[in-house]
Design a protein around this ligand. Sequence first.
Ligand code: PA5
Ligand code: MN
Length: 187
Amino acid sequence: MLNLEKILTHYDPVTGELPGAIMVKRHLSDLRGCFADTPAYDAALAAGNPLLYTVAAVEPAVDEGDLHYGVGMLMPGKIGDEYFMTKGHLHSWRPAAEFYFGLTGEGLMLFEDEATGESRIVPLRPNGVVYVPGHTAHRTMNVGETPLTYLGVYPARAGHDYSTIAKKNFRFVVVERNGQPAMIGRK
Ligand code: PA5
Ligand code: MN
């Protein structure tokens, strides 16, 4: 079985691959509904369907006390003023928290508390750690010029719930304003 020690020796920072892990690839077409600027999204999709991110996930069937983990690689780029982003999710087991460890690049995470809707952005940088509380929808954006890579570690029983976010979406989007990321209300 793969373990954390093998991430440190076998993770390929160019391809984002981790031998033995399940590789998920998300293209622009997989993020329909995520970007607030629909005309910009449709125009970008008509021009091509770029790879936005990959996740190499290690999720063996284990005891629920164990940990699962994934290495994400999110490309730089924007749709209109919105940075390339992940789909975002809640954990199926809502109390599950998660640690993100920044590896390369310059990222931001968008958090939204499911009960209150309270939202905030948190930097995700190399050698930085971000704690994602339970009951919190989270999405990652690449706000830099190079690929953003990070390691996410979460309880084995966490699970990924995409449908709740897909139905109502995050209340805020992160856009570039005067060369800086800014969190603004979704129109
Ligand atoms: O488990 C996590 O939170 C991460 O590994 C994410 O799966 C990764 O960032 C990709 O995002 P999403 O699952 O929202 O597509
Ligand atoms: Mn998660």
